[in-house]
Design a protein around this ligand. Structure first.
Ligand SMILES: [Zn+2]
Ligand SMILES: [Zn+2]
Length: 85
């Protein structure tokens, strides 16, 4: 089981300036971008807000699918999954 309580993981909205793709991540971090899969450019979150419980649940389902570590700047800096401690 993954545990990540008490940290400032946030719900972020990302908008790629190139392809206009919009995506959401419950593993968004202030000061860290996520790469647009298509354009291969680092995109900073256009908005960040605290996670709500329901979204945290949602994200766990999401994580079990896949968190795109290769696209996540925080994962790269950390060298491992950014939501794990
Ligand atoms: Zn793009
Ligand atoms: Zn990450």
């Amino acid at each position: 089981m993954m545990r990540y309580f008490g940290k400032k993981r946030k719900f972020g909205e990302f908008r790629c300036p190139e392809c206009k793709r919009v995506w959401f991540s419950a593993n968004a971090w202030e000061g860290y971008g996520q790469k647009c899969q298509k354009c291969d450019i680092m995109v900073q979150p256009s908005s960040l807000r605290p996670l709500e419980k329901s979204e945290d649940k949602m994200d766990k389902i999401d994580i079990s699918k896949r968190h795109p570590q290769e696209l996540c700047e925080k994962c790269k800096v950390k060298g491992t999954f950014c939501g794990s401690y």
